[in-house]
Write a protein that binds this ligand. Structure first.
Ligand SMILES: Cc1cc2nc3c(=O)[nH]c(=O)nc-3n(C[C@H](O)[C@H](O)[C@H](O)COP(=O)(O)O)c2cc1C
Length: 189
């Protein structure tokens, strides 16, 4: 059983998080813990049209409180395997890059880095400033995977849902979760 933390922040891109959560909530090979930033709910309701906690709880996922450091993944000793932060705001990237573990989400990321476990951040911003780029470089140097929310189109992507899946599929690859969301390069047409 893999144990995976999903962090959701207030960057644009809540539909990526929603899709990931829908897919992984159905699996019986992963235990999921969800933590949110304080802005996540505002962006989720704008972009997905619902209440983030209600939507995730309905999927059967446990959503931990903003500063609930009793969550097991707030400590390295609990042995959680990986964390995805999707979408990841520039503010959260900056806080993680500078070790500011003031919420459960940033603390969980800090734990993943110090324990040399898998941390995947899915940033979204444009354009990127030097500050953003330097903070992402800092994270990449720790071993974190910086995987921007950049849909691909070489699979003849036609719908928004397909575009979302090109990002979520690559994210699931990084989390070692098998899926069939993607048309892979080299696959027969
Ligand atoms: C609708 C909306 C869209 C936003 N999109 C982005 C974005 O794409 N990238 C980003 O870094 N911040 C974005 N922001 C700003 C962040 O929400 C804001 O900087 C916030 O303080 C981030 O806090 P958090 O990292 O704790 O979620 C957006 C805010 C709103 C309300």
């Amino acid at each position: 059983m893999r144990k995976i933390v999903v962090g959701i922040t207030g960057a644009s891109g809540a539909p990526y998080a929603k899709r990931l959560c829908e897919l992984i909530a159905k699996r019986d090979d992963v235990e999921i813990g969800v933590c949110l930033s304080s802005t996540a709910s505002e962006v989720w309701s704008l972009e997905c049209g619902g209440d983030i906690k209600e939507d995730l709880t309905t999927l059967g996922l446990r959503v931990w409180g903003l500063r609930d450091f009793r969550a097991p993944f707030a400590s390295g000793s609990a042995g959680w395997h990986a964390m995805a932060i999707v979408p990841c705001s520039m503010g959260t990237i900056a806080r993680i890059a500078h070790g500011i573990s003031d919420t459960l989400l940033t603390r969980a990321a800090d734990v993943m880095i110090k324990e040399r476990r898998t941390l995947v951040v899915v940033p979204r911003e444009m354009p990127l400033s030097v500050i953003h780029l330097e903070n992402m470089l800092t994270l990449a140097k720790t071993g974190a995977v910086v995987q921007p929310a950049m849909p691909s189109f070489y699979g003849r992507t036609k719908t928004l849902e397909q575009a979302i899946d090109t990002v979520v599929g690559r994210l699931m690859d990084q989390l070692n979760l098998p899926h069939d969301l993607l048309k892979r390069w080299g696959d027969q047409p």
